[in-house]
Design a binder for this molecule. Structure first.
Ligand code: FE2
Ligand code: FE2
Length: 384
């Protein structure tokens, strides 16, 4: 019975945090948010069969329910972060709670850290707000490192995660989330993505290096556009996982130094679909990561792959990922290609703006690029 209640509470937390993520990704009245809100209300009502009210406390970075710590997982961490962001140490929901009140709570949980709002009790939802702390426990061990340190310290962990995917086991999204949290934190101190992107040292490191490069370049683009909070994290996670489908492509094709033939190219073009399908079936993965894995080679003019309807509307994160991917591919090179210098990359990207790449986002990227001194040299493998 106790296990059932814990399950029910975990379900409620998952629904609330997913709804909040959708509210920040789209808007608080999006039908996905409304649907998840209705499901959260049903989960609450089941909990009211055994509890007179639902009281959640934050004590020492722990979520406490019914005087017991709540078992940690990604959704619990997200709720904890959202509560801490708003300085909420106490949240009480009473049985007459109605849908609009719950949507109000979801909207509070979806707010980014830079938008502090004054919390008001409603009829059935009560808060206790304390002084706001910006550092969450999950980030503490990484917050003192710079981006390069993190890239190095997280490499083994990331490789483990990708090995899990290669063997078709369940992906542990919490690990990716923590790595991205570390990047976002370090970014706030260092804010120079280009200094951190790494040249490639070996084929083994390719997946990690390419994924972290795209992550940092996407974070740089998104931050320049003013994106913060959960959406920024999700954009980072989407970047880290954009090529996860390559884990299902033969290493012979992935590491081939000569140009791919038609059959190999056709196999390689399956990686967006394979990645999206895998992520879709992995619990806890942000929807945005599924979308980005599927769309990142579609091109701005929709002439890429996978083939879709002409009026297919891509997500802005897919456009950003395509830009980061193109840049990272040009600053690296396969053995049969010449590497390019920054000026050449700059003019090629300008030519691609409006056909392969989203024009305004490309200008945004080139603006960031032009403000930085690119000192890292080319590496020896390119992204496809
Ligand atoms: Fe790709
Ligand atoms: Fe890629």
């Amino acid at each position: 019975m106790i296990v059932d209640r814990q399950d029910q509470l975990q379900k409620l937390i998952r629904l609330l945090t997913t709804a909040a993520a959708n509210a920040s990704l789209y808007h608080p009245e999006h039908r996905q948010v409304l649907r998840l809100g209705r499901q959260a209300l049903s989960a609450l009502q089941l909990l009211f069969n055994v509890h007179t009210d639902i009281t959640i406390k934050v004590i020492d970075g722990q979520l406490i329910f019914s005087n017991q710590p709540v078992a940690d997982n990604l959704a619990v961490t997200r709720l904890l972060q959202a509560l801490e962001r708003n300085g909420i140490s106490f949240l009480k929901i009473t049985p007459d709670v109605y849908a609009e009140e719950l949507l109000g709570l979801i909207s509070i949980l979806s707010k980014s850290p830079d938008k502090q709002i004054e919390l008001k009790d409603s009829e059935n939802i009560h808060f206790d707000q304390v002084a706001i702390r910006f550092t969450t426990p999950i980030n503490q061990q990484l917050s003192g490192l710079n981006l390069n340190d993190i890239a190095a310290s997280e490499a083994d962990r990331f490789m483990d995660i990708y090995q899990t995917v290669r063997s078709r086991q369940k992906l542990e999204i919490t690990g990716i989330n923590e790595i991205v949290n570390g990047f976002v934190n370090a970014f706030n101190c260092q804010s120079d993505a280009f200094m951190a992107i790494a040249p490639l040292r070996s084929m083994d490191e390719y997946t990690y290096t390419h994924s972290t490069n795209i992550c940092m370049l996407n974070l740089a683009q998104a931050k320049a556009l003013g994106v913060e909070g959960q959406l920024l994290n999700d954009i980072g996670i989407a970047a880290m996982l954009h090529d996860v489908g390559k884990m299902f492509i033969s290493p012979d094709i992935l590491s081939k130094s000569a140009e791919l033939d038609a059959d190999e190219w056709e196999i390689m073009q399956q990686h967006p679909r394979l990645g999206a399908e895998y992520l879709l079936n992995t619990p806890g993965v942000p929807r945005l990561a599924v979308v980005t894995a599927f769309e990142h080679h579609m091109r701005y003019d929709n002439n890429g792959y996978p083939k879709t309807k002409n009026n297919w509307q891509q997500h802005i994160c897919s456009y950003m990922t395509a830009i980061s991917d193109t840049y990272d591919a040009m600053r690296t090179h396969r053995s049969y290609e010449e590497s390019l210098d920054t000026n050449q990359i700059f003019s090629i990207m300008l030519e691609l703006a409006g056909n392969k790449l989203h024009p305004r986002l490309t200008y945004n990227f080139l603006q960031i690029l032009s403000e930085r001194d690119i000192t890292s040299g080319p590496s020896n493998y390119s992204a496809v």
